[in-house]
Design a protein around this ligand. Sequence first.
Ligand SMILES: Cc1cc2nc3c(=O)[nH]c(=O)nc-3n(C[C@H](O)[C@H](O)[C@H](O)COP(=O)(O)OP(=O)(O)OC[C@H]3O[C@@H](n4cnc5c(N)ncnc54)[C@H](O)[C@@H]3O)c2cc1C
Length: 395
Amino acid sequence: MVQIVVLGGSFGGLTAALELKRLLGRQAEVTVVSEEDRFVFLPSLPWLIMGWRKPGDITLKVAGILQPRGINFVHAAALEVQPEPRLVRTTLGELSYDYLVVSTGPQLAFDEIPGLGPDQGHTDCTFTIDHALRTGKTWQAILESPGPVVVGSAQMVSCFGPSYELAFEMDAELRRRRMRHKVPILYLTSEPYLGHMGVGGLGNSKRFMEDEFAAKDIKPIVNQAIDEVAPGEIRLKDGSKIPFKLAMLAPPFKGVPAVAPLGNPRGFVPVDHHYRHTRHPNIFVIGVAMAIAPPEPTPIPVGVPKTGSMTVRMAKVAAAAISAEIHGTPLPSPEELAVICLMDMGDTAALMKAWPLLPPRQESYTRKGVWAKWLKLSFERYFLFKMKHGYSQLP
Ligand SMILES: Cc1cc2nc3c(=O)[nH]c(=O)nc-3n(C[C@H](O)[C@H](O)[C@H](O)COP(=O)(O)OP(=O)(O)OC[C@H]3O[C@@H](n4cnc5c(N)ncnc54)[C@H](O)[C@@H]3O)c2cc1C
């Protein structure tokens, strides 16, 4: 039986494992290794911070998803991948593989900026459920004792959407409570302009964000790198200082240590059109862990986002390629990825789309409407239902 090991139990890892089992059945033993035993629907973390969701609303047990489908789950961290003996070393021992699928997401590199982050530093974060729960407490403290809020992204970030969402959501919640005038909101970013999002913008996203920020009195500071953070003060590389009571800042991204040696200097792994490692043909890397070159150089370095929908697409392509290879059938045709993002704005939302991912593009736009909010709310329920029942073949 073919041994397939999947690293990561989130959007990419779970979709890949379910698809591999669906396509290969008893021909393959599929084992998922993940250091987190819950699937967290990360796009809802800003709602958790705002108090609009509880952890139980947006999490599922990984074992509960995999075991009914005959997929093994090892709740452990991968420590090292050894491509030559085809071995993964984990905190619970070694696993050998014929194929390896890596979807380990980002390492949040708070340590690259002194004073950044909730554990060793002075800022909050929205990228893990534990960080989001802590940020929720800081947000409650702001509601009780108002003060300046800074939301945004440091240099080398490749996921900008949640920071925009939080800025809009905080604005909406403060207006609802008639206390917006007591809380200045500043959006600080490494993007060269508002709405860049790491992909050179999505249609009219620059003008869209500028207009929305002006209408909502959110002050933007773009094209900035953070030097360090002291208690209550962000110090920028250009020498300016920004005071805060709550600072929710996305940290630089890099690859996780277990797979970083397979990748570029930031630890992101180069792959071909089927997400196969460029040097190790039986290793596939999908989602945030894989490398995509930025569309254009920016004064402050930013990364290209690998969204949830892109990650799910990558997982399906990689699984289809492995299945085709095992069955001796032609590989699926490569396809261009699209960015599709439903950005919550508190009392409304926007649909942002760009196809292909990098310019020049066939299609690219940002459109706002309450219909987008309904789409976003429905998508959360749909995706959690799909994951809970292991229906990886659904879109
Ligand atoms: C706050 C937030 C909001 C977002 N909003 C949206 C949105 O609205 N729309 C959208 O399309 N995308 C959104 N995204 C992006 C989306 O969540 C990611 O694209 C997606 O999570 C990437 O999936 P992944 O499998 O690559 O990595 P991740 O989801 O980061 O999962 C990585 C997995 O690997 C595990 N892992 C890590 N290291 C190891 C190791 N050494 N050993 C074993 N396991 C390991 C982790 O525990 C985790 O289970 C958002 C992301 C965040 C954080």
